[in-house]
Design a protein around this ligand. Structure first.
Ligand SMILES: [Zn+2]
Length: 255
């Protein structure tokens, strides 16, 4: 039915929506409402995909303002986003790919409603609590599904963290903000991030925190063994490994 969007049920309440292996959204289904967390690239109708799973009223929450998370918002009537990411979203909406999608579908970006730290979305028997985590973007948020002990982190906590963009906070600022949300370790056992295929352990939080600390302490020295060059679509930066696997923090400068 869908060429790009693959739906995978993770547990009784959570479905993962994989957009061609490029970005991941989620559907969290309560008794009275269902929450869509991020909408991926917008090339395929994510609202239609969600409607194959549930008929409940929907609430759409964006973890941050990047194109590969918000462009699918066009298929919905309204969307929540931290106002700090509104200027970023406005910039992303100038992409020619987005203008083309809007032209083809005849749709446009719905109005954004504000969301703030500690806001709670009640889905009926399930709640999603907003936990602000400025770093990857200024308006980045996580969402805690308390009853399932799951933390949705968007691009703010993952295995390949992009901190090299103009819209990212300095590494030191991100480190301070990470420390402020250490309480998530007591409230969640799992992480679901914006490019995941399944659950990660909450230990990813500690691994990343340690990696950011290590990066700050090393001062991002030109250490060819560790902080080797990383090429991305807009140029070159460096990346700093963390954790036990292939995880990296991409960055331009440490200070
Ligand atoms: Zn992002």
């Amino acid at each position: 039915m869908f060429e790009r969007i693959k739906i995978k049920q993770l547990n009784e309440h959570i479905h993962l929506l994989d957009d061609n292996g490029e970005a991941t959204g989620y559907l969290v289904t309560g008794k009275e409402k269902a929450a869509v967390i991020d909408t991926m690239n917008g090339i395929e109708d994510v609202h239609k995909a969600v409607r194959t799973i549930t008929d409940l009223p929907l609430v759409l929450i964006n973890t941050h303002g990047h194109c590969d998370h918000i462009f699918g918002n066009i298929y919905f009537d309204q969307a929540y986003m931290n106002p700090l990411d509104l200027p970023l979203a406005a910039e992303q909406m100038k992409h020619k790919e987005f203008i083309e999608i809007c032209r083809k579908t005849g749709l446009s970006m719905p109005p954004f409603k504000p969301v703030a730290d500690k806001d709670v979305f009640d889905l009926g028997g399930l709640t999603l609590e907003v936990i602000a985590l400025p770093g990857h973007t200024h308006g980045g948020i996580c969402l805690l599904l308390k009853q399932n002990r799951v933390l949705f982190t968007g691009d703010s906590i993952n295995h390949h963290l992009w901190m090299q963009l103009d819209e990212c906070l300095p590494i030191s600022g991100f480190y301070e903000n990470m420390k402020k949300i250490a309480f998530v370790k007591d409230k969640a056992d799992f992480i679901l991030h914006g490019h995941a295929q399944s659950f990660d352990s909450i230990t990813l939080y500690d691994e990343l925190l340690l990696g950011v600390k290590d990066l700050l302490e090393s001062g991002g020295k030109d250490d060819e063994v560790f902080d080797y060059e990383y090429k991305w679509f807009k140029g070159k930066c460096k990346h700093h490994p963390f954790g036990t696997g292939e995880s990296v923090i991409c960055y331009k400068t440490v200070r």
